[in-house]
Design a protein around this ligand. Structure first.
Ligand code: HEM
Length: 223
């Protein structure tokens, strides 16, 4: 469960933080949500395939912040890698974080730029583009990729479709701390705190009551 929940939670928080740190991209994602879904209903699963820019923003988040930054593997047979002999049964670590920011593969590697994934031939994370491996590659790659992506895309879509977000106490986007903390997973070093305001013209779905908070309570907090 750790692999399936912590990875998605970390990626949701990073996606929100990167978008709040890049207001022009945030605006594009929200405009796309307004155009594709409208403001009279919530996002449905079937909308996701039409949310191209949202998907680009998610990919860009996973490039900069792969939730599992180091992939731990073992070589099956003796191999030669970059001129070095690596004996079979060696433990190896693949640095997916550094690979996603390698300047020989990525232009402006440290810049959050979702539009790079609109380019024809842009790498995808299915495992055959070795410059972009947030889900690993090969036989031991992530079996939960589709479920993880679904949870990630739908959560971020709902958060940005239902609400506008502001940083607290007049904080500017440029003041956001964007450092990662490294471990088995790579969540943000400091928690993202943001203030929502309701954005839809339909009422908040009553079935979405969270932790006993009633619809009216959510709406009054949003106003
Ligand atoms: C955004 C979400 C996720 C990301 C980025 C992610 C990423 C990864 C990565 C990088 C690996 C290691 C691959 C390798 O060593 O080459 C992995 C393995 C794994 N993931 Fe995920 N994962 C995500 C969500 C999930 C979910 C939702 C589940 C299950 C419900 C899941 C189940 C697993 C399992 C069981 C493995 C071990 C596979 C093996 O060792 O053969 N993951 N994941």
């Amino acid at each position: 469960m750790f692999g399936g929940t912590e990875t998605v939670a970390s990626a949701i928080e990073w996606a929100m933080a990167e978008l709040m740190n890049s207001p022009a991209d945030l605006k594009k994602v929200q405009q796309e949500l307004s155009d594709v879904v409208g403001l009279e209903r919530v996002v449905h699963e079937s909308d996701l395939e039409k949310l191209t820019y949202l998907k680009c923003a998610i990919k860009e988040t996973l490039r900069l912040h792969p939730p599992i930054p180091l992939l731990l593997h073992e070589t099956a047979v003796d191999s030669v890698l970059g001129g070095y002999r690596v004996p079979g049964k060696s433990r190896i670590m693949i640095n997916a974080w550094a690979i996603g920011r390698d300047p020989s593969s990525w232009k402006d590697p440290d810049v959050f730029k979702p539009s790079r994934f609109l380019d024809e031939g842009a790498p995808d994370f299915k495992g055959s583009n070795f410059e972009f491996i947030p889900f690993g590659s090969g036989r031991r790659s992530c079996p939960g990729m589709q479920l993880g992506l679904y949870g990630l895309e739908l959560s971020v879509a709902h958060l940005l479709h239902c609400f506008n977000w502001e940083l607290p106490n007049g904080m500017k986007a440029t003041e956001l701390d964007m450092s990662d903390s490294f471990g088995l997973t790579a969540p943000r070093a400091t928690r993202l705190v943001a203030v929502p305001s309701y954005r839809l013209s339909c009422p908040f779905p009553p079935e979405w009551k969270m932790n006993g908070i009633e619809k009216a309570e959510i709406e009054s907090k949003a106003n």
